[in-house]
Design a protein around this ligand. Structure first.
Ligand code: NOJ
Ligand code: CA
Length: 570
């Protein structure tokens, strides 16, 4: 099955560089995308039905190049699939292997690559490996997980905490030792120091690569390796909650991000290199700087292909902050490495609300969301979108009785968990938003009658059509896909960001107004441009744009973003 060359031919024709540098990746949370069999939970057959929406080769579809599926493997769903009990099968709630093969075939036919989410820091406690490992201290798989004696009677081996709360050590009565879990106790950590475990994981990768999968999103790569000596972490305020959660009251020197991880990423790269054209993108720490994010790329050719840089995602909507985050990543990316950019995923509140001010009107939120999309899709690097982002889907408001995320249940009401970003995709104005014929696993957002694919498609002022235009522009303009990046806002107002993307004689200029009020700016025409014209604006009727021979005088509305194109050399 390796290669599936016929299927790939159409994918190959359309592109110039590796697809994972030139394309746009769209994350699907399968439970919430489309329910084809009417049980209230999204499934693989549902994804197949909606492939044409994602890319049918015409300007009417979204036009993305790859989908990343959050986990679809058998799982007891304590963490909704991020607790895998069989790495080489499909959970019946999502479908079966035949449907999965059809999905690959149908996606490839449309030029859509398929990336699977792989959770190799831990498995489910119901994975046969863990059942075997916990059966006795003499088990041949004992060392595939992390087992330790207590420091003394009843005391865990060290002070390491679980990122999801409480000690990371769980007492196992049957064999009289503790096992280690970075997340839930139902998610025991694999022991990456064990060579047989490593080999087994690489075989899992080959299993899916042989089936034609185009790559992997790798869950929490910074957690894989733990300190060999199990040294205590020192105290110190860290992390996103700045010490509100006990986990963030320690510096995670020994339980995460050990230097030996790089050896593993190199081995993984060797495995993926056995297959043509595959890609790995790593989930990295949210709270660390760009240099940590790019460290997983090695020299840019020998470890992961891409690594998320979440400080950009977490940035507040301020020109200065965005500029600094963008600079941070470009400054440290290895010469042969490639950046990627993301604003949303299944773990964080939706950006349309996260970037907004409290109680801000819907129109402003949406205007800002369009401006943010303009940045995301015109930077140098691979953009990642999250299902529903293109509709401007808001955070769901989930009553306590309907919470599903274990984090929401544990920390409610201080933290309501991740369910709000995982509500059903809004397909149409019908009951259950056209997602399912029955009550979905999470409630549909209240605004679904207006905000849905059917109502927004074809309305040229809608956020959906704006995403489509941006995606099309990126496809048409080589300068956006691979051109150099340079700031062009040196002398501009404090509210506006501007940069150029240039490839040979082709060039584009992007200008974004971060403020809610109109701004007038003047931008000198880049020396290499003979003339220029307006290609795109977030506003239906941009006004006050004078493109002179020397410079442009631009009046940008609140949260307006513009893309100009340079024409020929003088
Ligand atoms: C990161 C995943 O994105 C998140 O959803 C999950 O809960 C944790 N890793 C644990 O696997
Ligand atoms: Ca279903």
């Amino acid at each position: 099955m390796q290669g599936k060359d016929e299927d790939r031919s159409r994918v190959g024709e359309a592109e110039e560089g590796p697809w994972w540098k030139e394309g746009i990746v769209y994350q699907i949370y399968p439970r919430s995308f489309y329910d084809a069999n009417g049980d209230g939970i999204g499934d693989l057959a549902g994804i197949i039905e909606k492939l044409d929406y994602l890319n049918d080769g015409t300007a009417g579809s979204l036009g993305i190049d790859a989908i990343w599926l959050s986990p679809i493997y058998p799982s007891p769903m304590y963490d909704f699939g991020y607790d895998i009990s069989d790495y080489c099968a499909i959970d019946p709630v999502f479908g079966d292997m035949k449907t999965f093969d059809t999905l690959i075939e149908q996606a490839h036919k449309r030029g859509i690559r398929v990336i699977l989410d792989m959770v190799f820091n831990h498995s489910s406690h119901l994975h046969p490996w863990f059942i075997e490992s916990s059966s006795s201290r003499q088990s041949p798989k004992r060392d595939w997980y992390i087992w330790r004696d207590g420091r003394s009677e009843g005391r865990p081996p060290n002070n390491w905490l679980s990122a999801f709360g409480g000690s990371a050590w769980e007492w196992h009565e049957g064999t009289g030792q503790f096992y280690y879990h970075s997340f839930l106790k139902e998610q025991p950590d694999l022991n990456w120091w064990n060579p047989d475990l490593r080999g087994a994981v690489y075989d899992v990768m080959r299993f899916w690569l042989d089936r034609g999968v185009d790559g992997f999103r790798l869950d929490v790569v910074h957690f894989y390796v733990k300190d060999r000596l199990f040294r205590d972490n020192p105290r110190g305020m860290t992390g996103l909650t700045k010490g509100i959660l006990p986990y963030d009251r320690y510096r995670h020197l020994y339980d995460r991000d050990r230097p030996e991880g790089h050896e593993i990423f190199k081995e993984m790269r060797t495995v993926t290199n056995e297959y043509p054209d595959r890609m790995m993108v790593g989930e990295t720490p949210y709270e660390h700087g760009a240099s940590t994010a790019v460290s997983y790329l090695g020299d840019g050719t020998d470890e992961l292909h891409l690594a998320f840089y979440f400080k950009f995602l977490l940035a507040r909507w301020r020109r200065r902050t965005y500029r600094a985050r963008i600079d941070d990543l470009y400054r440290v990316i290895p010469e042969k490495g490639w950046p990627c950019w993301v604003l949303n995923n299944h773990d964080v509140p939706r950006s349309i609300d996260r970037l907004a001010r409290p109680f801000e009107a819907e129109g402003r939120r949406e205007a800002r969301a369009k401006a943010a999309a303009t940045i995301l899709l015109t930077l140098k690097g691979t953009p990642f979108l999250y299902y529903g982002e293109e509709l401007g889907m808001r955070n769901g408001s989930i009553p306590r009785s309907r919470l599903r995320d274990p984090l929401g249940k544990r920390y409610w009401p201080v933290y309501k968990g991740r369910d709000p970003a995982r509500t059903p995709m809004q397909w149409g104005p019908r009951e259950h938003a056209g997602f399912s014929t029955v009550e979905p696993w999470l409630p549909v957002n209240a605004d679904y009658r207006r905000r849905n694919v059917e109502c927004l498609a074809g309305d040229e002022t809608s956020i959906l059509e704006y995403y489509k235009m941006l995606i099309r522009l990126r496809r048409e303009e080589r300068a956006l896909r691979r051109g150099d990046f340079e700031w062009a806002d040196g002398s501009m107002s404090d509210c506006c960001l501007a940069y150029t993307r240039t490839y040979g004689s082709e060039g584009l200029l992007v200008v974004v107004n971060f403020s809610a009020v109109p701004q007038a700016v003047r931008i000198p025409r880049p020396a290499a441009w003979g003339g220029w014209r307006l290609l795109l604006s977030t506003h239906p009727r941009p006004r006050g744009i004078v493109l002179g021979a020397e410079d442009a005088h631009l009046r940008l509305e609140g949260f307006e973003a513009l893309v100009l194109k340079g024409e020929g050399r003088p």
